[in-house]
Design a protein around this ligand. Structure first.
Ligand code: CMP
Length: 135
């Protein structure tokens, strides 16, 4: 089934010059870019995006991190795009993510893990509505 998913290339991706590398992996897989923007966000938007995490211990430094510089937000479309993107991203902790995945190959942190991908169709709808309300 064709799905859309919301992907963030977090500030570490932009700082490290990995936008092309990571977008290239999604394109090479066959996913279509439906929308894409380079922007910075404030804490309020971070809180909306990460609403389910705002009470977690790891959230305050995560909030500081995602507001620390520009990021790239995109919507990708394709067959089973939500699961496909999560598989390409790899496990949350870059130290444990499998080689061959984006995090497994390129990240060494649990927080600064380069990418975010929606974790369910409900999350994708909610997150796309936050980042790209015109879609
Ligand atoms: P993401 O897929 O964007 O979803 C929540 C984010 O919180 C996650 O990627 C990481 O960036 C961060 N995160 C999750 N768990 C931890 C943790 N235990 N310590 C630090 N950061 C975390």
């Amino acid at each position: 089934m064709t799905q859309r998913t919301l992907v963030l290339l977090k500030p570490d991706t932009v700082r490290r010059g990995l936008v092309g590398e990571i977008v290239g992996r999604f394109e090479a897989k066959g996913l279509t870019i439906v929308a894409m923007v380079h922007r910075s966000i404030d804490g309020d938007l971070a809180d909306r995006h990460y609403a389910e995490h705002v009470d977690r211990d790891f959230y305050p430094p995560l909030r500081t991190f995602v507001t620390s510089g520009p990021l790239v937000a995109l919507v990708l479309e394709g067959d089973e795009a939500i699961e496909v993107v999560r598989a390409l991203n790899g496990a949350t902790d870059g130290r444990k993510a499998a080689p061959g995945t984006i995090r497994g190959d390129l990240a060494l942190s649990n927080r600064e893990n380069l990418v975010h991908g929606s974790d369910s169709p409900e999350s994708a709808d909610r997150e796309i509505g936050i980042w790209f309300p015109a879609l």
